[in-house]
Design a protein around this ligand. Sequence first.
Ligand SMILES: C[S@@+](CC[C@H](N)C(=O)[O-])C[C@H]1O[C@@H](n2cnc3c(N)ncnc32)[C@H](O)[C@@H]1O
Length: 464
Amino acid sequence: MSDSLQPTYDELLARVNELSQSFKEFLTEKKIPLPTFEADSVTRYDGLTAEMFVKRQHLLDSLADLHYLVQGPSESIFNYAHNCMPDVAALDILNQFKFWSAVPLAGTATYADIAKQVNLPEEAVRRVLDHAKTLRIFADAEAGNPDAGVRHSSRSAALAQSPGLQSLVSTIVSDAGPPMTVVPQALAKFSRGKTSLPSGLDQTAFNLFHNGKYANSWDYIENDGEGEEKGWRSRNFTTFMTYLKDIFQLEAIVEGCYDWDAAGDISVVDLGGSAGHDAFVLAKKHPNLTITVQDLPKVQSVFEASVPEELKSRVSFISHDFFKPQPVQADLYLIKMILHDWPDAECISILQALRPSLKPGARIVLIEYVGKHDPVVEEGPQDGAWDSKEGSDVTKTKEPPLPRSIQQMGTSTDLRMLALFSTKERVPSAWKAVISAADERFEIAKFETNPFSFFVIIEVVWRG
Ligand SMILES: C[S@@+](CC[C@H](N)C(=O)[O-])C[C@H]1O[C@@H](n2cnc3c(N)ncnc32)[C@H](O)[C@@H]1O
């Protein structure tokens, strides 16, 4: 099997055949059911090993390549340009107007029924669903009779059954999507002719799109909406974060990032801890921990509604802006998936704002998203397609080992970060520079990452 960077049609056919067979054999052996397009299908593969996950992603890369070659280069671009915005608009409409619950999971609905439920003209409902059905989101109630109404497909049923998946669509498409459409204009306005990108939050696509109305994306999420609706995006975001915890199995990362049992009776601050999903898991497993969750004010009501009765004496919430001096003296500060949202200057301010409450030996445990990895460089003369010359030494930068479909998790987040915060997904080594720049008394005691993980874990000790 060729590992060529530019595989031919025949190589792809063989590769798809081989990988899809091996994927199916794995599923059969592990008794993992195959999804179908029917509404009662399983919605995900539970039980993939890490190795099989990566193999499956290689299969997806080959299928994507075949999809491009079958269309041909020009048509593949034509089709993509033609469809991508309507695809996104249809998904956003179905999600925002709650089409998922307007059709029964085990039945059918007429267009008139749906129009009534979602409070839109029947014509709009039909037109959106006509496009969605081409994406296998919903299906005709009767094959060949588009007037008979619609039923769920497995893809729409997956959304109907998962508030977490709905919140993901809402956050990524509805909150972050519109600013992404003006990234070209933002680049033209703030970066054309310059040698580096701006680092100010006032020079983002987000800022351009909202015309300066909100300081940043968090301000928008916190304050969009009127009356009781205000803060709905923030409440939705807490569901999104809980969903991410579940699908990426982040509980294991939080559990493994520190020896919680050996720490004894300690106080922990979960900075930007959302509505407490990580704190609840930690506190349940470790009765020695007392945890203060800190986040923006609109998150508090979700925390209060979800904190388990038995944890109330050990897990509490205070609203705290992490750019302001830290009010709680704790033994350990957990900072998970916070700093990657911010440019270097803001990351440094967030870390420095902890200092007033840090006692000598206090720990900061950072769990940060890594969208890209440092290139692997082998010293010495090498042959190969990725050779580059540095001075007189020949070095070989290896091809990144990750399938493109995994790299996209990082590259997409990276562009989203550019649009919203004028920041970028850092490679693991860049985190060391940010921490050192915040204060030389932050000593890095542990630094863990690997190319197949989306996360870096950094334990910092305050030597003040
Ligand atoms: C990407 S989420 C991470 C949440 C949680 N730590 C986790 O890993 O699931 C970022 C969190 O930072 C919070 N946040 C944003 N700006 C903040 C600020 N200035 N002060 C405190 N929290 C803030 C958001 O409300 C959100 O809950």
